[in-house]
Each structure stands twice: as C-alpha cells, then as structure tokens.
Design a protein around this ligand. Structure first.
Ligand code: RB5
Length: 160
C-alpha cells in the first residue's frame, strides 16, 4: 500500500471519507451523526456497534483510528459516554490526532490549529442538536498550516 502522506499535507478538498465508531453508550447519537454527514455528501463507513450490549470503547476507538491512520478513511468521528475514553484509545494510534469537543469553536480550532483528523463526542454530555453543530464546525474548518504545521510536526516527532 502507498504511504499515506502526513495529514496536513493532504488536499482538504479530497477528504470525503469518514469512519464512525462508538461504544454502546453512543449508538443513537452515532447513527444520527452518520445520517447527518451522509446527507452532506460524505462517504460514511460506520463500523458500529449496532446492538446495545455493553462493549469496550478502546477497541472501537482503535478500530476507527487504524482506518484513519491507514488512509482508508480521511477523517474519523468517534463517540462514547463522555468522548474521553475512546479519544484516549484513538490517540495511541500513530498518526492520529483526536480531540474531544463539547462546543463548535473548539471543533473548528482542532482542525485549524491542530490538524486533528478525528473528533470525539460524548453522547452523555451533548444533545443531538449541539453534537451536529460540532460535527459541522469540525468538517467545515481546514488546517491553517504555517506556524501550526511546525507544532503539529513536533507532535508527530514525539511519536517517533
Ligand atoms: C461506558 O459506561 C463509559 O465508561 C464510556 O462510554 C465512556 O464514557 C468512557 O470514557
């Protein structure tokens, strides 16, 4: 497989594939997000789960993160009760920069300044309306580069 270029060196206009995953606490909100982003024209790969049995957020965070890190998806949106645990798991995968957001401003900023390639949401924290506004802010923003690229490269250097 061809090497995936550093995320901030990719063309934002081609970033149309989104992987979604959650644990049991966030199935309904994940499905609402899937419907919302599909309606906006994004190609969605929803990797579940679909049944409400208690499950383990690290596995779902890792699975979505590996898809983003491999380039199979351009961006990821992951969810658990708080958004925190699944974000921690996703950020262990090399090449992933995932932030938990509870407001649209932060969601735009993690793209603009941190070149985040994944967004994490807390289904027990957010109502659906606010969650979808956060998703829109994340998807509408793009990386500003410049001094921010230097800092993102410093994050990547920590992984090495
Ligand atoms: C599951 O009960 C809960 O711990 C999980 O969804 C998440 O909030 C962990 O960070």
């Amino acid at each position: 497989m061809a090497a995936v270029p550093p995320f901030h060196k990719r063309d934002p206009d081609t970033m149309t594939r989104i992987v979604l995953s959650s644990d049991h606490a966030a199935i309904d909100l994940r499905q609402a997000v899937a419907k919302h982003v599909q309606a906006k024209g994004y190609e969605v790969h929803d990797i579940g789960p679909t049944t409400p049995e208690s499950t383990h957020y690290p596995a779902h965070g890792e699975a979505a993160a590996r898809e983003v890190a491999s380039g199979a998806s351009d961006l990821g949106i992951i969810l658990c009760g708080t958004g925190q645990g699944i974000m921690m798991a996703a950020n262990k995968v090399k090449g992933v920069r995932c932030g938990v957001c509870a407001d649209p401003f932060s969601a735009a900023m993690i793209r603009q300044h941190n070149d985040a390639n994944m967004l994490s949401l807390g289904a027990r924290v957010l109502g659906e309306g606010l969650a979808l506004e956060i998703v829109d802010a994340f998807l509408s923003a793009s990386f500003e580069g410049g001094r921010h690229a230097t800092r993102v490269d410093m994050i990547t250097a920590i992984e090495a």
